[in-house]
Every structure is written in structure tokens, then in C-alpha cells.
Design a protein around this ligand. Structure first.
Ligand SMILES: [Fe+2]
Length: 162
């Protein structure tokens, strides 16, 4: 997709590569946010209220990251590509299982998805840095730190039995 004219002095080639990278991470972030909502709606069991609220917090955080990622693509002269149709085609996350009920199962499924997105975000930091775009690398670093924290908040439910 053609880039818009901008006075931003990053090279056009770098801006193009970063737009593609940002749009891929955007798709994954939007998918992950919708997976957290799926968990928020359907979880049941003894830890219901804590998990119901935590999963909503995860979805909200992902919405914030998605917005920052999309707006960085546009700031570089690109077009943000984040419709549900595009996400369905391009997300690299495995589909969220639709038959989960218990808190433990939702915690496991959402932990895996958060970990996967965390890993690809860390790769994105390196790709942006190698391309010479320190600001996009910084954005992904912030997202990565946030996702690590969310993973902790979710995964802690699996890390002790009493
Ligand atoms: Fe809700």
C-alpha cells in the first residue's frame, strides 16, 4: 500500500517496512484482545469474579496497545489495517477454543496467547531496531513490558496450588 507524504525524516523504505511490521502486530493484538473478551464473557467457577474482571483488564490493555500500534503506522505515512476481516485473515495466534468453561482452562488458554504475542513483540523490537527506527522499537518495548505484566497477572493463577 502506498505511503503518504510526510516530513518525517525516516527513510521511505524504513517507513514501509515498519508499517508492515506494525500492521502485523496490530492484527495479533486485536485478536488477543478479542480472545480476552471471549474469556471474560464465558469463564465460570470459584474464581469467577476475579478472573472475569482480570480478563476484561487484559482486553482493555490490548485495546490501548492496538491504538498505539495503529497510530504509529499512520504517523509513518502508512495505513492502519485493523478491521475484523483483516484480523481474521492475518492473525498469527491460534484460534481461541470455544468450549472452555473453568477458570483454570481459560487461564491456560489466555496465558498461551499472551506468551505468544509477548514473544512476537520482542521479535518486533529487534526488527524495528535493526531497521533503524528507535521509536517503533521503543513502542514495542513498552507493549512488550505491558504484555509481560499481563502474562504474570494471568499466569499467577497456575503458579501455586494453595
Ligand atoms: Fe463485560
Amino acid at each position: 500500500m502506498k505511503l503518504h507524504q510526510t516530513r518525517n525524516n525516516l527513510r521511505e523504505k524504513t517507513r514501509g517496512v515498519m508499517t508492515d511490521l506494525l500492521n502485523q502486530q496490530l492484527c495479533d493484538a486485536l485478536d488477543l484482545g478479542s480472545q480476552a473478551k471471549q474469556a471474560h464473557w464465558n469463564v465460570k467457577g470459584p474464581n469467577f469474579i476475579g478472573l472475569h474482571e482480570l480478563f476484561d483488564k487484559v482486553a482493555e490493555a490490548l485495546q490501548g496497545f492496538s491504538d498505539d500500534i495503529a497510530e504509529r503506522a499512520v504517523a509513518l505515512g502508512g495505513t492502519a489495517l485493523g478491521t475484523i476481516q483483516i484480523v481474521a485473515k492475518k492473525s498469527r495466534l491460534p484460534g481461541y477454543p470455544l468450549d472452555l468453561v473453568s477458570g483454570q482452562k481459560h487461564v491456560m488458554a489466555l496465558s498461551s496467547a499472551l506468551a505468544e504475542f509477548g514473544a512476537s513483540t520482542r521479535d518486533a523490537i529487534d526488527l524495528a531496531a535493526e531497521a533503524g527506527d528507535a521509536d517503533t522499537a521503543d513502542l514495542f518495548t513498552e507493549v512488550s513490558r505491558g504484555v509481560d505484566k499481563l502474562l504474570w497477572l494471568v499466569e499467577a493463577h497456575l503458579q501455586a496450588k494453595d
